[in-house]
Ligand binder design. Structure first.
Ligand code: FE2
Length: 193
């Protein structure tokens, strides 16, 4: 795997190039959908260009760990991004979509011990990344939280830790009124693509 591609993954263009080079077609389509939803979230929240770029970078590589050997994609991707010098992105990837809770549920070592949870501005960006991931299906299609949950139950079964983590994630994100209205706005049918 090209070191230069990994080193360049600290901005949206480079993160996109890495994702396209190493991901399966389906995972690439999902990541593109998440990046598109992240761009909509950035617009809706009037992010400045620096914050928007950080969010889009994380969106393109959030699932990059699936292309790597390993058993837990959030941590696998975060480790590779850290090795490539992208510590801030690595921390967001390590914690995306409630990964720490999922790791706990399957008996893995705590994520927080290896990757500190993003704080301050990056904590807000992580919430936006999680909204974008929540509202994107496995083929990149736009879904609402109920649709995402139904699809996951179909694929993994109702008792799967992934389903539990998604429910927790919806509850966690929905507890914040600004995030909840963003979810409603971005998952509403008929929103311009
Ligand atoms: Fe994802």
């Amino acid at each position: 795997m090209s070191t230069a591609l990994w080193r360049g993954a600290g901005d949206p263009r480079g993160a996109h190039a890495l994702c396209e080079a190493v991901s399966s077609a389906r995972r690439y389509a999902h990541s593109r959908g998440v990046a598109q939803q992240a761009a909509r979230a950035a617009h809706a929240m009037s992010l400045d260009s620096g914050a928007r770029r950080r969010l889009l970078t994380a969106a393109w590589v959030h699932d990059i760990g699936y292309a790597l050997p390993g058993s837990f994609h959030a941590r696998d991707g975060a480790r590779a991004l850290r090795r490539a010098g992208h510590e801030d992105v690595a921390r967001m990837v390590a914690h995306h979509s409630n990964a720490a809770a999922r790791a706990r549920a399957v008996g893995l070592a705590p994520i927080d011990g290896e990757f500190p949870r993003p704080a301050g501005r990056d904590a807000a960006l992580l919430a936006l990344l999680d909204v974008a991931d929540l509202l994107t299906g496995p083929d990149g299609e736009r879904v609402d939280p109920a649709g995402r949950l139904a699809g996951l139950v179909d694929r993994r079964g109702p008792g799967s830790p992934s389903v539990r983590a998604l429910v927790d994630n919806v509850n966690r994100l929905g507890a914040d009124s600004t995030t909840r209205s963003l979810i409603e706005q971005l998952s509403a049918p008929g929103v311009a693509a």
